[in-house]
Design a protein around this ligand. Structure first.
Ligand code: C2E
Ligand code: MG
Ligand code: MG
Length: 301
């Protein structure tokens, strides 16, 4: 037996689906639990979310440790859903990967990022490199020529390949390493920079760092959060930065939240920092304002 409240909740669930699926009769079944329901709704709504302009790119400043200047930003996608409000990419990117919508969404992200660089330049904000995240399902799609698309997006926006960076996780090397490295090489030959994202959260294999055509290693937030509390964690961060530098690659520390973390990263010679201590991801115009304020502070010193 179910309680009255539960019965009403189940009826609401069925009603929601009935409305979504064009007013057909829907009978509640236990597999319509909340998570799955939400997932189904999101998968369904995602199909025309692009057309409806519901996606938005936020930009998180990446600061140079040496002089505090902001010359880079990471583009982070948000979905402004009419019912659920702002939805995190952690929730909807996996759904997009399943439904294959990851291709048009990723294309939108790349185009949007390139256009934003051009727009900022016109507005007097020079030298901002934007880095965009590429999901495995997009990067590793053999039927799709990613470098060609990237090249066209850069040309159409009127920027150069040095203005764009692409972030991938080490998982792209798991399914078909030869194909992944081939794609990376084409992008690199074309002049786009590549970063390994979330390094230290998975296998953290140093072997591939040796051979990949990449420029940047982003140290995962989990490594950085260890700095405050864990002496061994501090040693790992230091050692990793040394190895990465030894390979002539640069480091970005992700998820820097405390002054102590920042101080330690400086000591270790980390090149760039990104995190809530400096700024959360911002809408495009707020990011531009952040950069202008940072420049003003620099000049008045
Ligand atoms: P990521 O690429 O590692 O991005 C960094 C995430 O850390 C962002 O979460 C950012 O808001 C968050 N973050 C930054 N600084 C701090 C901090 O100091 N503390 C904490 N706790 N978090 C911090 P977000 O925006 O929710 O994105 C999550 C993930 O979703 C990204 O991780 C990335 O893997 C993926 N993603 C975001 N945008 C895109 C996109 O356009 N395409 C694809 N394929 N994936 C994306
Ligand atoms: Mg990233
Ligand atoms: Mg990351």
């Amino acid at each position: 037996t179910v309680s009255m409240d539960e019965l009403i909740r189940q009826a609401h669930t069925a009603l929601y689906i009935a409305k979504k699926e064009r007013n057909r009769i829907v009978i509640y079944t236990p597999d319509m639990d909340q998570a799955r329901l939400r997932e189904r709704i999101l998968a369904n709504d995602m199909r025309d979310a692009l057309e409806k302009g519901q996606f938005e790119l936020y930009y998180q400043p990446i600061l140079s440790v040496k002089d505090g200047a902001v010359r880079q930003a990471e583009a982070l996608i948000r979905w402004n859903h009419p019912q659920f409000g702002r939805i995190s990419p952690v929730e909807f990117i996996p759904i997009a990967e399943e439904t294959k919508l990851i291709i048009p969404i990723s294309e939108w992200v790349i185009r949007q990022a390139c256009n934003k660089v051009a727009e900022w330049r016109t507005a007097g904000l020079h030298d901002i490199v934007v880095s965009a995240n590429l999901s495995l399902a997009y990067f590793d799609n053999h039927a799709y020529h990613l470098p060609e698309f990237v090249r066209e997006a850069i040309q159409q926006a009127g920027i150069t390949s040095a203005d764009l960076k692409l972030e991938i996780t080490e998982t792209v090397l798991m399914s078909d390493p030869d194909y992944a490295v081939g794609t990376m090489q084409i992008l690199r030959d074309y002049g786009v920079s590549l970063a390994i994202d979330d390094f230290g959260s998975g296998y953290a294999s140093f072997q591939y760092l040796r051979d990949l055509p990449i420029q940047t290693i982003k140290l995962d937030r989990s490594l950085i959060s260890d700095i405050d509390s864990n002496p061994k964690g501090r040693m790992i961060v230091q050692a990793m930065i040394n190895i990465v530098h030894g390979l002539h690659l640069e480091t970005v520390a992700e998820g820097v939240e405390t002054e102590e973390q920042f101080r330690y990263l400086k000591e270790c010679g980390c090149d760039h920092v990104q995190g809530f201590l400096f700024s959360r991801p911002l809408p495009a115009d707020e990011f531009a304002a952040y950069c202008r304020a940072a420049k003003g502070a620099e000049q008045s010193q």
